[in-house]
Design a protein around this ligand. Structure first.
Ligand SMILES: *Cc1c(COP(=O)(O)O)cnc(C)c1O
Length: 403
């Protein structure tokens, strides 16, 4: 029964990416150069944003976005527990606090009602700005995470953010390409950060992109991604291409290479085609699982709210099964199927737990969604037969362990 092992994730790279990378290697432009610029322009045109700033990871992008948002030491930024540590760790880079707000069931994105409750209860508002009542720290930004590729409830989130003068930075690591109320992700908020990590919906190996319509923020991020060097000064005072430059901040080394951008250019061409395949597979999974009482299918998008389908987050109903989530995963592995779990909520990790005195039960919705979750393979390198194989394996386990 065990044919080849089906990995949880694989990139889709073909001759287009391979030849473009070879072209970069032959050209001598192996770090940031013309292909990076071309990738930024193509990405900005794709989502319809004024600026796209390429970086070497989404983590770097989130860091630069918070810097552009003006986050200072001793301030506060808000996000959800049901995310990867990158979303929160970047806040800690500033020695700022990260406050968590639970997600909503069943979709797993920031709960606008809890966001509103946090702001109403925790803020002392002065001049329209939220200061945390307990210690007068300014709450500067909110980072909604588009879990699995489904866009957060941005209408309510944007309204509340505006009311309390919060900068909105969307963690769109899962959601390219995606839409919210027919608007492309990347154009909705002040800043949006995408990931091109190897397992994400499009990949450059390692890489990321920040989109914004704000000229000053874009300029700041371009300077900070490369050592705080101002090219403006360079252009203003000297002939372009000369040796002169000015360092105006202690910046970072976050630039994307042309080798990576070479992949990105062709991944962009494939982005919609790849998403259509993932969507078709998600629909197949859900058609097979929707009527099974022991299983819960994930949220799908709706008209105008286009899911990117980075993840297919199946959930089990443990009270109806004689098998734990961990054993369910082991049985799938025995059948040659790779899976993953998204995410161990941040407050259960030793660092955040100890730093902020969190305990089990603090964010019950994130905990519940996490405890029952199994991410199934969903990527265009899989065949329809692979999808059928996953479905059969899941149903076989359910049938065997049904209470
Ligand atoms: C992958 C991921 C990131 C980080 O992306 P990198 O490009 O690996 O830095 C951030 N947030 C979420 C939700 C992610 O899944």
């Amino acid at each position: 029964m065990n044919s080849e092992f089906l990995p949880f994730a694989l990139p889709y790279l073909d001759d287009a990416e391979i030849n473009e990378v070879i072209d970069s290697l032959k050209s001598g432009w192996i770090t940031t150069g013309p292909k990076c610029k071309q990738f930024e322009e193509k990405f900005a045109a794709y989502v319809g944003s004024k600026h796209a700033v390429a970086v070497n990871s989404a983590t770097a992008g989130l860091h630069l976005a918070l810097d552009a948002a003006g986050l200072q030491r001793g301030e506060v930024a808000l996000t959800v527990p049901l995310t990867f540590t990158a979303t929160a760790e970047v806040v800690r880079y500033f020695d700022a606090d990260v406050d968590l707000i639970d997600v909503k069931s069943p979709c797993g994105t920031l709960d606008p009602a809890l966001f509103e409750k946090y702001l109403a209860e925790k803020c002392e508002v002065k001049d329209g700005i939220c200061f945390r009542k307990s210690d007068s720290k300014r709450v500067r930004a909110v980072l909604p995470v588009h879990f699995a590729g489904l866009v957060s409830e941005m209408e309510a989130i944007s309204r509340l953010a505006k009311q309390y003068n919060l900068v909105v930075i969307e963690d769109a690591a899962h959601s390219f390409p995606a839409e919210y109320k027919k608007q492309k992700v990347g154009t909705i908020s002040h800043l949006t950060v995408f990931s091109f990590y190897a397992t994400k919906t499009i990949t450059t190996g390692e890489g990321g992109m920040i989109t914004t319509d704000d000229d000053d923020m874009a300029e700041r991020m371009r300077i900070m991604r490369l050592h705080g060097i101002s090219k403006d000064a360079w252009k203003r005072y000297t002939a372009e291409g000369s040796w002169y430059y000015e360092v105006i901040e202690p910046g970072f080394k976050y630039n994307l290479t042309d080798i990576a951008a070479a992949m990105g250019l062709h991944q962009l061409d494939k982005a919609l085609w790849m998403r259509d395949i993932r969507q078709k597979y998600a629909q197949k999974y859900s058609a097979a699982f929707a009527a099974i009482p022991e299983l819960q299918i994930p949220c799908h998008g709706s008209a105008g709210n286009q899911h990117a389908w980075h993840l297919y987050t199946l959930r089990i109903r443990p009270e109806k099964l004689n098998v734990s989530r961990a054993d369910f995963i082991e049985r799938l592995k025995d059948s040659g199927i790779g899976t993953s779990v998204h995410f161990i909520p941040l407050h259960l990790h030793p660092y955040y737990r100890d730093r902020y005195d969190y305990k089990l039960g603090d964010f019950p919705v994130s905990e519940d969604l996490y405890e029952r979750e199994i991410s199934l393979p969903i990527y265009p390198k899989m065949s329809e037969a692979d999808v059928e194989r996953v479905i059969s394996a899941v149903l076989e386990i359910v049938n065997k362990y049904r209470k």
